[in-house]
Design a protein around this ligand. Structure first.
Ligand SMILES: C[S@@+](CC[C@H](N)C(=O)[O-])C[C@H]1O[C@@H](n2cnc3c(N)ncnc32)[C@H](O)[C@@H]1O
Length: 254
C-alpha cells in the first residue's frame, strides 16, 4: 500500500492513501533549505523527505521503523489485526522505489523516534514530524527525543480532534483510542501545543489548521445510517469529503 501520492515520473503517480502534494506549499517549510541538514521522522514512502531534498537541503535523513510490527501496539491487539495492518510489503519498500525513481540521495535510517539521538544521527537544522504522534503511546517522550537532535526548527504536523478543538479552544485535551491498533492520543490543537511545550520546545509561529486531502488509494466512505451511527464512520466521511483535520506547529528547542 502506498501512503503517499508521489509523482515518480511525468504522469506516473503512486496511489497514495493521502495526497500531500497540494499541502506542501502551504506549510511553513522554508522555500530554500540550501545548506541545511534535514530530518524526516516517520517518513513512510518519503514524500516529505523528498520535498526537503527538492528544496535544496544539503543532506536529508529519513527515519522509520523496520517493520510496522514494531509500532506501539496496545496489549489487547490481536494477531489478525496486526497481520492485516502490518502484513504488507516490508516497511521502506515504497520509499526505496520512490527514491530510485526520483534519483534521490535521501538516506533512510531505521530507528524508532524514541531512540533518535545525536550520537547516531548528529544535529539537524530542520526536523519534520508528520502524522506520527497519534500512533504513539508516549508522544511527549518522542518529542523530547526529537529535540535532542534539533539545532534549528521543528515542523510538527499531526491530526487533531476538531470537535475538542472547537469545544476547548484553550484547554489541552485529547481523546484516547489505544484499542487493538496503534492509534493512541488525538489531541485538540491546545493539546498538541502542550505536548510540544512539555517536551521542551517553544512555538515559533501561530498554529496552522488545515485538512489533509485523501489520495487516490483512499477508499471513499459513503453516507449511510450505519456509517453515521459511529464516530469512526463519521470521521471517515469527513476524511472523504473534507480531508483529515490536521494542525502544523513550527517550534524551536527551548
Ligand atoms: C501515518 S504515517 C505518516 C507518514 C509521514 N510522516 C507523513 O506525514 O505523511 C506514520 C509513520 O510513522 C511511522 N512510525 C510509527 N511508529 C514509529 C516510531 N515509533 N518511530 C518512528 N516511526 C514510526 C510509521 O511506520 C509510518 O511510516
Amino acid at each position: 500500500m502506498w501512503y503517499h501520492t508521489i509523482e515518480l515520473a511525468p504522469g506516473i503517480v503512486t496511489p497514495g492513501w493521502f495526497d500531500t502534494r497540494a499541502v506542501a506549499p502551504t506549510l511553513p517549510i522554508p522555500a530554500s533549505l540550501a545548506g541545511l541538514r534535514c530530518l524526516d521522522i516517520g517518513t513512510f514512502d518519503g514524500f516529505w523527505a523528498f520535498e526537503m531534498e527538492r528544496r535544496g537541503a544539503s543532506e536529508v535523513v529519513a527515519v522509520d521503523l523496520a517493520d510496522l510490527r514494531d509500532c506501539d501496539w496496545p496489549d489487547n491487539s490481536t494477531a489478525e489485526v496486526i497481520a492485516e495492518i502490518a502484513g504488507g510489503p516490508p516497511q521502506g519498500t515504497g520509499f526505496r522505489i520512490a527514491a530510485d525513481a526520483l534519483g534521490s540521495n535521501v538516506k533512510r535510517h531505521t530507528s524508532s523516534i524514541y531512540d533518535v539521538g545525536p550520537d547516531d544521527l548528529g544535529y539537524f537544522d530542520f526536523v519534520y514530524i508528520g502524522s506520527l504522534l497519534l500512533h504513539l503511546r508516549d508522544p511527549v517522550r518522542a518529542l523530547a527525543a526529537a529535540r535532542s537532535v534539533c539545532r534549528g526548527r521543528l515542523l510538527l504536523v499531526d491530526a487533531v480532534d476538531l470537535g475538542l478543538t472547537v469545544l476547548h479552544p484553550r484547554r489541552p485535551v485529547a481523546g484516547l483510542d489505544g484499542n487493538g491498533r496503534p492509534w493512541w492520543w488525538k489531541a485538540n490543537q491546545a493539546g498538541l501545543v502542550r505536548m510540544l511545550v512539555s517536551a521542551g520546545w517553544v512555538l515559533d509561529a501561530k498554529p496552522l489548521r488545515f485538512s489533509m486531502p485523501p489520495g487516490p488509494g483512499h477508499p471513499p466512505a459513503r453516507p449511510s445510517v450505519k456509517v453515521l451511527r459511529h464516530a469512526a464512520g463519521r470521521e471517515a466521511l469527513l476524511r472523504t469529503y473534507k480531508g483529515d483535520p490536521h494542525c502544523a506547529l513550527l517550534a524551536r528547542p527551548a
